[in-house]
Design a protein around this ligand. Structure first.
Ligand code: GSH
Length: 95
């Protein structure tokens, strides 16, 4: 079951940083994260437009944790610094 969603682009350094934080720093298993590489998808542009309609954010990474819109890499790093990311990930890492 995927509990984290990251709309990404393969060449985007902010995406790399966000995925590195989740996988390396926070030890989230790959199986918990749905990563969509939009630039590799035929309808990636449409998905990006749909995400903008949903959450007002045009840029990647566009991150959700347990249905909560987190934002981009800046937002993720801020949550990590305040300890809120650890709290959000707790139920995901527990099962
Ligand atoms: N402050 C943002 C963050 O931390 O996530 C920066 C994200 C950003 O600038 N991403 C670029 C982007 O989405 C790609 S590296 N550009 C528009 C696009 O690709 O449609």
């Amino acid at each position: 079951e995927k509990e984290i969603f990251v709309a990404s682009k393969t060449y985007c350094p902010y995406c790399h940083a966000a995925l590195n934080t989740l996988f390396q720093k926070m030890n989230v298993p790959k199986s918990k994260v749905l990563v969509l590489q939009l630039n590799e998808m035929k309808d990636g542009v449409d998905i990006q437009a749909a995400l903008y309609q949903l959450n007002g954010q045009r840029t990647v990474p566009n991150i959700y944790i347990n249905d909560k819109h987190i934002g981009g890499n800046d937002d993720l790093q801020e949550l990590r610094e305040t300890g809120e990311l650890e709290e959000l990930l707790e139920p995901i890492l527990a099962n």
